[in-house]
Design a protein around this ligand. Structure first.
Ligand SMILES: Nc1ncnc2c1ncn2[C@@H]1O[C@H](COP(=O)(O)OP(=O)(O)O)[C@@H](O)[C@H]1O
Ligand SMILES: [Mg+2]
Length: 146
């Protein structure tokens, strides 16, 4: 059953991410959907804190580095941004398949560009900007497989 919340600041989105972490179980791919500035990276800050894997301020956008790794006591988070990846071949060179380990969770921005990623157990979170500081966050932990 999808849940939806509305947040009114980046801090609220981070707080929501912290709580959401308790509902994410590895191995899992989380597709973070939403336009630039929707709050995908901001949500990851909270999720990383929830897992004790990083402080919010240490989580930055992997736009250029493509993959960031955050190690928590129980799980390892990979934060991935595929905005600059255009072809399946480029995707292949990232080696994401190798990151899909039993204690790992992959948080992927722009992952919907590559439907093959959804062959794995995946969840979907859709963020939308509805105002300067207002965002809707829709969580679907069990999307229909494609
Ligand atoms: N309610 C909110 N939730 C998340 N971010 C917000 C919110 N209100 C304002 N913002 C701002 O919007 C921007 C979201 O950026 P970011 O998380 O990098 O988006 P994305 O990764 O989707 O491109 C940040 O500058 C953040 O401070
Ligand atoms: Mg981002």
């Amino acid at each position: 059953m999808p849940t939806q919340v509305v947040t009114h600041s980046a801090e609220e989105t981070i707080a929501f991410g912290r709580r959401l972490a308790a509902e994410l179980f590895p191995p899992l791919i989380v597709l973070l959907r939403g336009n630039l500035g929707a709050g995908k990276t901001t949500l990851v800050k909270g999720i990383a804190e929830g897992f004790g894997a990083a402080q919010a301020e240490d989580v930055t956008s992997p736009t250029f580095t493509l993959v960031h790794e955050y190690r928590g006591p129980r799980i390892t988070l990979y934060h991935i941004d595929l905005y600059r990846i255009d072809t399946p071949r480029q995707l292949e060179t990232l080696g994401l398949e190798d990151l899909f380990a039993p204690n790992c969770i992959l948080l992927i921005e722009w992952g919907e560009k590559f439907p093959r990623l959804q062959r794995h157990r995946s969840a979907e979170i859709a963020l939308e900007r509805v105002g300067e500081n207002q965002r809707t966050i829709q969580v679907n932990l069990e999307p229909e497989s494609t």
